[in-house]
Design a binder for this molecule. Structure first.
Ligand code: NI
Ligand code: MN
Length: 226
């Protein structure tokens, strides 16, 4: 499979059969290498309701016919706006034409501004995606939690972990997360988008290597195969 970093926590995953976008924050993110209008995709997976994770979900659904996979509240929200959706909740998995998606716990909030107020958008989640014989974990926005050791039991080929601090775990806790998750490869996300989440990803990768983990830092627009 091919994974392309789209900046912040957004990624494009290309399986043997489908194009899947995680947490699209594109048109309002100056570091995004692509606009929603140009990002053809079949599915959009949204970890939680914050705008920096779902800003372009509806546009991708409308423009490209992509189905939105998210927690029940978010899926119902987009279904009412005319999108194809599939709602899940943590612990629940479902088989899709490209593979299997399981929502996992995350420690974080989840809301979206609608009509001048913030609406509760269900619980924040992580995502365990299995396709083409590989297992990928997108942690969403989260604090460190020791039940990451349970997620590790899937045998992770790739883990996408926030390191920005302030809103999510920072580098110190992300290093502990690697001890729990033990992925073959990890990619940092959710950093440097704004000054408050500025981090040295190369330093994080070096510290991870010292602890026996493999971290690859991707520039927005860069692709890796796994
Ligand atoms: Ni968030
Ligand atoms: Mn966020």
């Amino acid at each position: 499979m091919q994974l392309t970093y789209l900046g912040h926590s957004a990624f494009l995953l290309e399986t043997s059969t489908h194009r899947i976008v995680f947490d699209p924050f594109l048109d309002q993110n100056p570091s995004s290498p692509v606009k929603a209008a140009d990002l053809r995709c079949d599915y959009v997976i949204v970890s939680h309701g914050h705008e920096d994770h779902c800003a372009d979900a509806l546009a991708l659904a409308q423009r490209h016919g992509a189905a939105i996979i998210a927690n029940y509240e978010i899926s119902e929200h987009y279904a009412k706006l005319g999108a194809k959706t599939h709602g899940l909740n943590p612990g629940g998995a479902h088989g899709f034409p490209f593979g299997r998606v399981k929502l996992t716990p995350a420690i974080h909030t989840s809301s979206t501004e609608i009509g001048g107020g913030r609406r509760y958008m269900g619980i924040a989640c992580g995502v365990l995606l299995s396709a083409d014989g590989k297992h990928l974990y997108h942690a969403g926005d989260t604090a460190l939690f020791s039940d990451m050791a349970l997620i590790a039991r899937a045998g992770l080929d790739l883990a996408l972990l926030p390191i920005g601090d302030n809103y999510t775990m920072g580098p110190d806790d992300a290093l502990l997360a690697l001890d729990y998750l033990r992925p073959k490869l990890a990619v940092p996300m959710h950093y440097n988008t704004w000054p408050i989440i500025a981090q040295d990803a190369a330093a994080f990768a070096a510290r991870a290597a010292t602890a026996g983990h493999t971290v690859r830092v991707l520039r927005p627009g860069e692709t890796l195969g796994f």
